[in-house]
Design a protein around this ligand. Sequence first.
Ligand SMILES: NC(=O)c1ccc(N[C@@H]2CC[C@@H](O)C2)nc1
Length: 240
Amino acid sequence: MKFLFVTLFPEQIEQAASHSILQRAASKGLIKVSCINPRDFTHDVHRTVDDSPFGGGAGMVLKPEPMVAAIRKAKEQLPNARVIAMCPGGRTLKQSIVEEYAHSGQDFIFVCGHYEGFDERIFYWVDEKLSIGDYVLTGGEMPAIIVMDAISRFIPGVLGKIESAEEDSFRTGLLEYPQYTRPVNFEGMEVPEVLRSGNHALINSWRLKQSLKATLALRPDLLSAEQKELLTGRLPYKMK
Ligand SMILES: NC(=O)c1ccc(N[C@@H]2CC[C@@H](O)C2)nc1
C-alpha cells in the first residue's frame, strides 16, 4: 500500500515512518511512504506558499497554485489513490472507517495543511475531508500520520500473526480487556489467577466479562440497549 503526503514538512513524515512497526513494514515493502512538497512548485525567489486571506482575518492561507500543482503531481504518480485532506471539520475517523480504507485496496494521497488552512479551490482536487477528532492542530501532518498508522495495522504482515488487527477489541465493539505479562507479582499486585490457569474457556469468559465491565464504565455508548440491560438491569445476579 502506498501513502503519498503532500506536505511542506516532509521530514516530519519521514521521521514518523522511520521507527518500529512502520519502519519494518516499509523495509519489507508492505508500505511505501513518500512526500511531495508544494514549495517545490513555487516560482518566486521567496518560494511563497501562503498569503493573507481575502476579506481580512488573522493568519495566512495556503495559496492554491503550489498545493494544486503538488496534488496533480501526486495524482500522476498514484492515479487511483484516494485524495484525503486533513481538516478539523472533516468526517471524524473511527475504526470502521480505518477498516473501510484498509480493505478498499486503494493507495492514499494525504493533503496536509498548515497555518490557517487551504484556499477553498484546493478542495476541487480532494476526494474527502477527514478529521481525527474535534480539535485544531498546527498542521495536518500528524493527523495524516495517525491515519496511515491505523490503516497499516490491517496490512497482512505489518503486525505479527499474533496481534492481528482483525482481532482488535474494537472489532468486537467492546473495549480491550486488561493485559498482563511477567512478573506474576509486581510490587504486591498479582496477575489474576485465571490467566495462569491454562483453562482457555475460563480465560475467554473472564476476558469478555472484563471487556463488558470496562465498556459499561467508560464507553456505554458502544453497548446495545440489550447488552446494557444484561449488565445492569433485572439480572438474577449483579455483575460484580
Ligand atoms: N482534527 C484534525 O484532524 C485536524 C486536521 C488538521 C488540523 N490543522 C490543519 C492546519 C491548517 C489546516 O490545514 C488544518 N487540525 C486538526
